[in-house]
Structures are given as C-alpha cells and as structure tokens.
Ligand binder design. Structure first.
Ligand code: ADP
Ligand code: MG
Length: 415
C-alpha cells in the first residue's frame, strides 16, 4: 500500500512570514537581554592608563604632563570621576583614593590640551575614508567601528556613514529602531535632500552616524536607472553632499556593502582615502584583485580621465589573519608583494576577543562585563592592534590636512 510521505519541512509563504516574525521578535528580545539592564549601550569611561595605551605614551609621563598643564592654568581640564568596582561614578573631589576615569567628552578636552598637533587646522576640511572590499565577512564594519572609536579617543570628531543594507555599524552605534526614512535612501533614489538631515547621535559622544536600513539596497536599482537615464553626473550628488559635511567633521568613515555597486561607487567618489581590509587567504586575495579591475573599468566607462587623482591614499589592511594556520604568513607575504608600499604595518589577527565583543554588539573598545583575566589580556592585545592601525590612519589624515593647509592662500600682509 502506498502511503503519502509527510513533508514536515515544507514552508509556504505564510510559513516564511511566521519564521521571519519569530526571528525578528527573538532578535530584539535577545538584544534587549544582552544590553540589560536598560537596553542601552553605555559609553565606556577611560582611565589615564587606558589613554596612555591609546596615545602610545608612558603612563607616568602622561600623568605628569596632565598635572603640569592643570597647574599652568588649564582650569577647563577635567578632574575625572571615581569609578567603584560596580561601575558607579562619583565626582573626583580629590578626597578618595581609587580608580579615576574620564568620560568621552572629557577625553576630548585632555587630547586638545596635550596633543595640539592632532587638532584639525582652521579652514581645512575633514578627511573622508571609505572602507571597502566586495567580499563580505572581511571585517569592513568591525574595522570601521574600531577605527572610529580610536580616532574619537584621539580627539577627532567622527561621522560614520553606513551604506550597507546589513546595517551592522548602525546596529552597533544606535540601539533604537532605525526606520527606512531615517536612512539616506532618498539621497540616492531621488537625488534630492540634504545628507545633513540624516545625521544621528550615537551612544558614543564624538561619533555620529548616518544610519543604514535593510531597504537601502532598493536605492541601488533607482540609482542604476538614474545612471543609465541621467548619466555620470547622477553619481555626483551623494559625493557633493558628503563634502558639505567635511567642515563639521574631522573624519568621515564610510562603511560599504560587500559589492562594488553604485552605493560603493558613490562612497569611493566621495573619498580622500580608501582602506581595503583583506583576509590573508587565497580566495580573498584573488577577489580583491578583481575589485580593482572592476573599479578601473567603471571609472573609464564614466569618462574619468587617466590623470584624475582619485584618492589621496589607498591602503590595504591585513585583517582577521589566522596565525594558527601555517599558510597565513605566506599569504601575508603575497599581499605585501602585490601591493608594495600600500599595506598598513599593523596586521589585525583573528581572535575570539573580537568575536566575543561583537556578540555584545560592540568592539574591544566597548564596556565589557565579567571578563576573566586572560580574556582581558586578549582584549588589550587586540586594542593595541586597532590603536596602532588607527594611528597609521591618523598619520594619513594629518598628511591630507598638511597638504590642504599648504594650498591655502597666504593672508596678505599689511604694509
Ligand atoms: N580580528 C577578528 N578576529 C575574529 N573575528 C573577527 C575579527 N574581526 C571581525 N571578526 C568577525 O568577523 C565577522 C565579519 O566581520 P564584519 O566586520 O561584519 O565584516 P564585513 O563588514 O566585511 O562583512 C564578524 O562576525 C566579526 O565579529
Ligand atoms: Mg559589514
């Protein structure tokens, strides 16, 4: 006798809607649980020891320099807060001995006082850097965020523009629900409006974001039509809007989708610098080389002349390097041979510390609960890698500023 086989795994469209709804609800609930007690991300505080690590300075020297500045009338220099073991902050009135920490806004004042060379010169624009690679999972978003955080700790005012419909950076920077109209979809789809209107503050004072939404990829098809029907000038709207924000921000980091689509192209046409994270593995290296060919062909098709300066700098960031694999060093050597002079000195290694931080919606620079001693050591090792990567990026930014300053007309001297 023939029996009808059951199909326990059949999924109808309505079934899929149910799966999606359950996943959405569970995801939100999980996020709330992980960000307990108040479903907000808490901006971390910084001890002078932490800051010494970020600035590559000796702790005692930093402490003495700060005390000297304060004694020379630096009355607006913050005195910090006492942090109790359970994280409670009380104003530092000098009466208690204990761990003194500074809030992010206070860190900005300390940097300004101690490192005046790191401040953007008057009349010079902020620098726009796109982090891109048309592969997914190569650490574009993680690098964008970690660099944004360290550059902010170095006193720079940072804007992150998220153009990836996966919205990873957005979800890490903004805990509230981001609606479609909060993202800059219209800027692409309609070539209208001001990018400024989409800027949102984040949990991290000193970093703002223009958020992405799952539907930002729908802008891609509108944009493609514009490109076909209106022509190359349609690619210029977003870059012009980005450049308008450069007087307001010291650095604008653009996180991009894992493809060389029109959104990524717009980001690249807006940028002074391009940073491409590459995982040192065979398929990743090959795919990066395809990226250049596609980008070059697209520029030519858009009529960009061979002499036109596209970027002030292009850098490869070796990232998520699995040093447990014997082949990794060979792959790193291959990348260095492929991009002479363009590979950042810092190599970001693959480690559970970064993945663990990501599971709590953050990076190694975020507040972490209940870290064991060894987890803290691993976290600090990763911090120092991102710190030196961001310091390299900062040097490139300062070079752009120096170049722009040198081009400024010298003020007429009165006779
Ligand atoms: N150094 C690292 N070590 C281990 N895992 C990492 C590291 N950097 C990033 N990751 C993890 O790799 C995954 C992809 O990173 P992500 O930044 O989202 O890449 P992309 O934006 O290129 O898609 C994430 O799960 C992230 O936590
Ligand atoms: Mg990403």
């Amino acid at each position: 006798m023939e029996t009808e086989l059951p199909h326990p795994d059949e999924v109808s469209l309505n079934g899929l809607v149910d799966i999606w709804a359950t996943a959405q609800a569970a995801m939100q609930e999980g996020k709330t649980r992980m960000l307990s007690p108040n479903a907000h991300k808490i901006p971390p505080t910084w001890s002078l020891g932490d800051l010494a690590q970020v600035y590559g300075e000796d702790y005692d020297k930093l402490r003495k320099r700060l005390a000297y500045k304060a004694s020379r009338g630096g009355s607006d220099l913050p005195v910090g807060w006492f942090k109790s073991p359970d994280g409670e902050l009380t104003p530092n009135d000098g009466s208690t001995k204990g761990r003194v920490v500074y809030k992010l806004a206070e860190v900005a004042l300390i940097v300004k006082a101690l490192f005046p060379d790191w401040v953007r010169p008057d009349g010079v624009d902020g620098v726009v850097v796109t982090i891109c690679n048309y592969k997914g999972g190569v650490t574009k978003s993680t690098s964008t965020l970690a660099f944004a955080q360290v550059l902010s700790l170095r006193g720079l005012k940072v804007l992150v523009i998220d153009l990836d419909s996966q919205a990873t950076t957005t979800k890490w920077l903004v805990t509230k629900h981001v609606r479609e109209e909060d993202s800059c979809i219209k800027i692409f789809a309609e070539q209208a409006g001001s990018l400024k209107d989409y800027i949102m503050p984040t949990y991290w004072p000193g970093i703002d974001v223009i958020p992405a939404h799952d539907l930002i990829q729908t802008a891609e098809s509108h944009y493609h039509n514009l490109l076909t029907n209106v022509g190359p000038e349609s690619v210029q709207y977003f870059p012009k809007e980005v450049r308008k924000l450069c007087s307001e921000y010291d650095v604008i980091l653009i996180d991009t989708p894992p493809s060389l689509n029109n959104l990524t192209l717009s980001a690249l046409f807006s940028s002074d610098g391009l940073v491409m994270p590459i995982v040192p593995s065979n398929p990743d290296i090959e795919s990066a080389s395809n990226f250049w060919r596609l980008y070059i062909d697209t520029c030519k098709a858009l009529g960009v002349s061979g002499d036109a300066v596209l970027f002030q700098f292009v850098r490869i960031l070796i990232s998520k390097a699995d040093m447990a694999l014997s082949s990794t060093q060979n792959m790193i050597n291959w990348i260095q041979e492929s991009y002479p002079g363009k590979v950042m000195k810092t190599h970001i290694t693959k480690t559970a510390a970064v993945a663990r931080a990501a599971d709590s919606f953050g990076t190694v620079f975020d507040e972490a609960k209940d870290l064991t001693r060894s987890a803290k050591v691993a976290r600090d090792q990763m911090r120092s890698l991102y710190i030196s990567g961001a310091a390299e990026l900062a040097q490139l930014i300062y070079t752009c500023w120096d170049k722009a300053k040198a081009k400024q007309p010298t003020p007429a001297t009165s006779v």
